[in-house]
Design a protein around this ligand. Structure first.
Ligand code: NAD
Ligand code: UFG
Length: 337
């Protein structure tokens, strides 16, 4: 089976490419390298010993994207490509809506034109807005609090309409919780541009000495220690969730929706402690005001994915931190180290 991976040079995409190649799938990667670099794909080739075509193409370029489908017989698409920084989406919403929505519309139109009806889409737990309770199941009400989240929810709705219009489509919406960790080799991991927005990359850069201390955004939430609680999931477990989706849902018409999380919630301070243990480094922090838009607690009920995809996350918090640290400590400047 030949799979087109959009956004395949990015953090989750590159880890998924490794697992797809290891399982014997043929892949083609499309990425405009807006938030990534081609070195990640060189590492994918090195780690798997397999080659594949890479198209430096922007999904906003209809003709160039169409050409990828003309030149290759594609069976299925895993659609990671998109802009993902919550804060940035508030500052430049038009760019976020244009890139994520128009890019996806181009892709869907081209897929249909070439009779390709299998797609796995990277959605996010952000579509649950401020959940009333935890753990979160897939049937919880949906809402968003920022333009990035709105693009995810809009794309989910577009995909549901596309299925209604043509029941040949097999659409899988994977709602990721908080991906962290890295490939075991230490040669591939998250490589954020500039100062990281997310907790784990920030903690790793404090531990490696690039940043002075962690800003803990609030310790007055109604949680175990007052700091925010999230469902951190190893990026390799997440990648394997995509493989299971391809195995179980390809050519199975419908809209299939799954949470990909562990079902466990860890606080910011628990993550600091876990990272200190894994790295042997101190992670100094200061308690500060809450970050606007943050919620207290967010973790998944992952039962549906277990029952229907035969998928469970098996890597625990210590392994996530150890793998992040192996990558960060050997690549303090990411792929440019
Ligand atoms: P990433 O930025 O590392 O990867 C996304 C890739 O898409 C990048 O390589 C980027 O260059 C590419 N891209 C963006 N716009 C494009 C376009 N118009 N044409 C072609 N390529 C384009 O991000 P990631 O963390 O790997 O996330 C992958 C997907 O998962 C994204 O859709 C993201 O919104 C979603 N997601 C991520 C998280 C997270 O915390 N990392 C959580 C939930 C959902
Ligand atoms: N946090 C800090 N200091 C930091 C960064 C984060 O204290 O420097 C705290 C936050 O307040 C929150 C927790 O750490 O309590 C996790 O924050 P992240 O920014 O790492 O992750 P979020 O849960 O806010 O959001 C992430 C992605 C979203 C995605 C969501 C669910 O950024 O795009 O996970 O998948 F939608």
């Amino acid at each position: 089976m030949k799979i087109l991976v959009t956004g395949g040079a990015g953090y989750i995409g590159s880890h998924t490419c490794v697992e797809l190649l290891n399982k014997g799938y043929e892949i083609i990667v499309l990425d405009n390298l807006d938030n990534s670099c081609e070195k990640s794909l060189d590492v994918v080739k090195k780690l798997t010993g397999k080659d594949f075509k890479f198209y430096k193409v922007d999904l906003l370029d209809y003709e160039a994207t169409n050409k990828v489908f003309e030149e290759n017989k594609i069976d299925s698409v895993i659609h990671f490509a998109g802009l993902k920084a919550v804060g940035e989406s508030v500052s430049i919403p038009i760019r976020y809506y244009h890139n994520n929505i128009t890019g996806t519309l181009n892709l869907l139109d081209i897929m249909q034109k070439h009779d390709v009806y299998n797609i796995v889409f990277s959605s996010s737990a952000t579509v649950y807005g401020t959940p009333k309770t935890v753990p979160i199941t897939e049937d919880f009400p949906l809402s968003t609090t920022n333009p990035y989240g709105s693009t995810k929810l809009m794309i989910e709705n577009i995909l549901k309409d596309v299925y209604m219009s043509n029941n040949k489509w097999s659409i899988t919406l994977l709602r990721y919780f908080n991906p962290i960790g890295a490939n075991k080799s230490g040669e591939m991991g998250e490589d954020p541009k500039g100062i990281p927005n997310n907790l784990l990359p920030y903690i790793s850069q404090v531990a490696v000495g690039k940043l002075e201390y962690l800003h803990v955004f609030g310790n007055d939430y109604d949680t175990k220690d007052g700091t925010g609680v999230r469902d951190y999931i190893h990026v390799v477990d997440l990648a394997l969730g995509h493989i299971k989706s391809i195995e179980k849902k390809t050519d199975k018409p419908g809209v299939h929706i799954y949470n990909l999380g562990t079902g466990n919630g860890y606080s910011v301070l628990e993550m600091v402690a876990a990272f200190e243990k894994a790295s042997g480094k101190e992670v100094p922090y200061k308690i500060e005001a809450r970050r606007p838009g943050d919620i207290a607690e967010c973790y998944a009920n992952p039962e549906k994915a277990k029952n229907e995809l035969d998928w469970v996350a098996t890597r625990g918090i210590d392994e996530m931190c150890e793998d992040s640290w192996r990558w960060q400590s050997t690549h303090p400047n990411g792929f440019n180290s």
